[in-house]
Design a protein around this ligand. Structure first.
Ligand code: NAD
Length: 449
């Protein structure tokens, strides 16, 4: 599970790595190292949103610059929300470029834009030049993320028409992307589609913002699930961890460590949702569908049992649990449902037809469920991890594992806590405007990028 190359490349082999032009991954700054960097933030753009965010940053204790500067910077915020023509992109794009050398390690570039329509289903009056401009802003952000070095990231916040640029979830997305909680998120557009959600300050989102919320996490005994349970508990939630009876000891240890409750249950049981509703006995505010399995085989060699078990655990159980929990009236107010997808479900992966079908299924499920949960003030989203250092990926052949680490823009695997931080962000009351989406936590892995 240890990434020895990253240790060596930052230690005894540093000079050699540089001379040979080998990947030089930088240890990422995470929440335990402090929530935000202290250098000033440069805000680029002359419109109302840029002005509003300069003020929001000041109100939250950040130092702000409104003009390119030679000072060291912790972040650049670039506002393209008023751009109408592709030629409108150049001024701010070039100003971002000019600021890049002044960025400190593990800094952030955050691009704000309005939503483009890129599926054939779009409003009939979609203006081609405007749509090109909006999609162009996302394109520049994705490419810039590939160019970032020193553990720095670039991401986008894409706001739907009709939603104010300073809606609660746009501000909340800024705090997440600006903070060290988003260490392993890069090259991703985060879509805010409604003005729902409660406003949060930078400090509140870095603290116990889930106080008083009850969270159920499946597959919580180990790996990513254990990190999710610990992170939600750190942020104030009361956690019920679910796992199979065979993992009972590990589940008990994990739950004891965070003051949570263990619930031994196989989520493929026909009545799993009803059992959870009954055993928890309180309104469920947060449900994280994390339990998942792989049973890899080329399709030509795939046995029915391998195919069926992956579909049963990774997607069929989630659909059934959501229905049963809704029927049981088990949700709290403004519930947050977050499901684990995978980059394999976006790009496909050799040897994983069953897994990719199940994880692409998760992405389809959350997109189609958003309206149903909106009716009760809730949201449902997916998080798609790339290569994360867990027992699951420790079993990969050495060379495949090494390649998987280095093909990401951040040139390393992520940690379970990176996935957990994205989930805690989507679980926040301030994330009510984000629903039906899939957020990748993959260090901008080339897989499906
Ligand atoms: P893991 O194998 O380490 O842990 C999975 C947990 O789920 C285990 O504790 C297991 O006992 C539990 N579980 C399995 N079947 C269950 C069932 N029927 N009922 C209840 N619990 C069950 O896996 P991980 O690496 O921590 O992955 C967690 C999630 O993240 C999975 O959904 C996985 O597909 C997804 N994911 C992981 C990676 C990665 O790189 N590790 C990448 C993409 C997606």
């Amino acid at each position: 599970m240890t990434d020895r190359y990253t240790k060596l490349a930052n230690g005894p082999l540093k000079a050699l790595v540089k001379t040979l032009g080998l990947p030089s991954p930088v240890p990422l700054r995470r929440h335990s190292d402090g929530a935000y960097l202290s250098e000033p933030v440069l805000v680029l753009g002359a419109g109302a949103a840029a002005d509003a965010y300069a003020q929001i940053l000041l109100d939250n204790g950040f130092e702000v610059r409104r003009k390119p500067t030679s000072e060291k910077l912790s972040a650049v915020l670039a506002f393209f929300d008023e751009a109408q023509e592709p030629t409108d992109l150049s001024e701010i794009a070039l100003e971002i470029g000019g600021a890049l050398r002044g960025l400190v390690r593990c800094s952030r570039v955050i691009v704000f834009s309005r939503d483009a329509h890129i599926s054939p289903e779009r409003p009939a009056d979609t203006d081609p030049a405007l749509n090109a401009t909006r999609n162009g802003a996302v394109g520049l952000m994705r490419s810039l993320a590939h160019e970032m070095r020193g553990g720095s990231t670039a991401n986008g916040i894409v706001v739907s028409d009709g939603v104010p640029m300073d809606a609660p979830s746009v501000v909340s997305a800024l705090w997440f992307l600006l903070s060290s909680k988003s260490a392993y998120v890069s090259g991703q557009p985060l879509h805010v589609t409604t003005a729902h959600g409660e406003a949060a300050t930078a400090e509140a989102l870095a603290g116990a913002h889930l106080d008083g919320r009850l969270a159920v996490v499946t597959g919580a005994a180990r790996g990513i699930g254990a990190a999710i349970a610990a992170t939600l508990a750190r942020d104030g939630a009361t956690v019920v961890g679910v796992d199979v009876p065979q993992a009972g000891d590990a589940l008990a240890r994990t739950m004891n460590g965070i003051g949570g409750t263990a619930l031994q249950l196989d989520i493929t049981a026909e009545d799993a949702g009803r059992v959870i509703a009954q055993r928890v006995g309180e309104p469920i505010d947060i449900l994280v569908h994390n339990a998942g399995i792989t049973r890899d085989r080329m399709l030509a060699n795939m046995e029915a049992s391998r195919w069926d078990s992956v579909i049963a655990v990774n997607i069929a159980s989630q659909l059934r649990m959501n229905t049963q929990l809704t029927e049981a009236g088990a949700w709290g107010s403004a519930p947050r449902i977050i499901s684990l997808a995978s980059t394999s479900g976006i790009a496909g992966n050799r040897g994983q037809t069953n897994y990719a079908a199940s994880k692409a299924g998760v992405i389809g499920m959350v997109a189609a469920s958003a309206d149903r949960f909106a009716a009760q003030g809730g949201t449902i989203n997916a998080v798609a991890p790339g290569f994360i250092e867990t027992e699951m990926t420790a079993k990969m052949p050495t060379l495949t594992r090494e390649v998987a680490r280095r093909v990401a823009s951040l040139q390393q695997g992520g940690l379970p806590v990176d996935v957990a931080e994205a989930i805690a962000f989507l679980a926040a009351q301030s994330s009510g405007g984000i629903s039906g989406t899939t957020l990748r936590v993959c260090g901008q892995n080339l897989v499906g990028a």
